[in-house]
Design a protein around this ligand. Structure first.
Ligand SMILES: NC(=O)c1ccc[n+]([C@@H]2O[C@H](COP(=O)([O-])OP(=O)(O)OC[C@H]3O[C@@H](n4cnc5c(N)ncnc54)[C@H](OP(=O)(O)O)[C@@H]3O)[C@@H](O)[C@H]2O)c1
Length: 407
């Protein structure tokens, strides 16, 4: 790629809980060749992060610092013009994300983030997709645990079936097994969405729409969200609704639409939490279903909401290093063509939301900054913008991504 700008990559939000983990990932794994900078709104905080990073690798002590507030359009325009790619962990994105996307679209700069806020992604599609197609800016939302394993998992499974059986499966189910915690920024983003939904009917409608991120007027396949416990016959597991499915399934369906419906106008995709095939697993499926409904109710009742907020992490806080190392995730996706069921596995021995996400987002950012573009511009998805380059990158970084026939 032409390296005609001063930086290959700018990491915006390097002082936040997840931003620091992404910065550390880049220091450890980017290679000396990457020309990158730390960005945020506070010089003093950024210098402190840089000192911490220098303890990992002394060369990080020389990283440039770029100052910009997320609402300062002039500063963001200057930032976007100086770099090939921007990676941002400044969230909640509905509150702080819009101006940076606009600046990247105008400057033809590649962009990736960690949002899981569907209304934010919808706004960016409506405001910027056409302009990003024209400017060549690849705007890639949802490059963390939501929604990279879902989106790349489906892409890998369907490409495998196309190669083996001549076509992708008409229906794909993903089962998630995860161990990990939440950070203050994630909590703030979730509560922000609940509040926006309480205030605004259009946000409520979007959050409940399985095709919320599809292009306007696109065919709708009839999918509905999973709302109760179940049993997955193919993998022999009890299942419960999966909390991030409300984001991931929308992203995967947008990928299918942007790829021009290779798996048919009526294509089915759903996600569930996978639980053991045992009496305990069955009880957990019922318990998780109830707990999810209880959590949503608790966020809407003032006294319960206050009690919940007091116990949840605050901005800047998140799971400890030990908890992150103890975490893990495994996503198994299955689809059947001509009676042959293939199962894709996407897994890592890191907690999904933070150490795992720092790897997923860090590699997505490196791919946007350094690899030949796998797509044109637009408000895209991880699979559409990045799959051919990101799958090999993630495998090389230790993520298991493979496909096998169901025994
Ligand atoms: N998709 C996933 O899998 C996933 C995983 C993890 C996190 N996330 C998302 O990532 C986001 C960050 O989470 P987190 O826990 O890392 O949050 P955090 O610790 O609260 O960090 C927020 C960052 O945003 C910066 N910021 C806030 N307002 C700003 C402004 N006006 N201008 C410039 N910078 C500003 C903060 O800077 P200061 O330090 O100066 O305050 C900080 O660097 C959240 O939206 C969360 O939902 C997603």
């Amino acid at each position: 790629m032409a390296r005609d700008r001063p930086y290959d990559l700018i990491l915006f939000g390097a002082t936040g809980f997840t931003g620091r983990l992404v910065a550390e990932y880049l220091v450890r794994h980017a290679g000396a060749d990457l020309r990158w900078a730390l960005a945020g709104r506070s010089q003093a905080k950024l210098e402190a992060v840089r000192r911490e990073l220098a303890a990992t690798d002394a060369r990080a002590g020389a990283l440039p610092i770029v100052l910009a507030d997320a609402h300062d359009e002039a500063a963001l325009t200057a930032l976007a013009r100086t770099t090939t790619a921007v990676c941002t962990t400044v969230g909640p994105y509905l509150a702080h994300g819009a101006a940076l996307v606009a600046a990247c679209v105008a400057a033809g700069t590649a962009y990736c983030d960690l949002t899981g806020e569907v209304p934010f992604v919808r706004q960016m599609i409506d405001r910027h997709h056409a302009a990003a197609v024209a400017s060549g800016a690849r705007i890639v939302h949802c490059c963390g645990f939501d929604s990279v394993p879902s989106d790349l998992g489906v892409w890998v499974l369907q490409r495998d079936l196309e190669a083996q059986r001549g076509r992708g499966a008409p229906s794909v189910t993903a089962l998630f097994e995860i161990k990990g915690g939440a950070s203050g920024g994630t909590v703030a983003s979730m509560l922000g969405l609940v509040d926006a939904a309480a205030r605004d009917r259009e946000v409520r409608r979007l959050l409940l729409d399985p095709y919320a991120l599809d292009p306007a007027g696109a065919p709708r396949g009839g999918d509905r969200d999973v709302r109760g416990p179940g049993y997955d016959r193919a993998l022999g597991a009890f299942t419960a609704p999966f909390v991030m499915a409300a984001v991931n399934t929308r992203v995967v369906r947008r990928s299918h639409a942007l790829l021009d419906y290779p798996w048919g106008d009526v294509w089915h995709y759903d996600e569930r939490m996978g639980l053991p095939r045992s009496a305990r697993g069955a009880a957990m499926a019922v318990g998780v279903t109830g707990a999810l409904a209880g959590f949503v109710a608790a966020t809407q009742l003032a006294p319960l909401r206050r009690a919940l907020e007091a116990r949840l992490p605050k901005p800047g806080e998140g799971p400890s290093a030990e908890a992150r190392q103890r975490g893990r995730y495994r996503v198994r996706l299955h689809g059947t063509v001509d009676g042959v069921t293939r199962v894709a596995t996407f897994a890592d021995d890191l907690d999904p939301g933070y150490a795992g996400t720092a790897k997923l987002l860090g590699e997505a950012a490196l791919a946007l900054a350094l690899d030949p573009p796998a797509s044109g511009g637009g408000v895209l998805t991880p699979a559409v913008a990045l799959a051919p380059v990101l799958v090999p990158r993630l495998r090389a970084a230790g993520v298991t991504i493979d496909v096998a026939t169901l025994a």
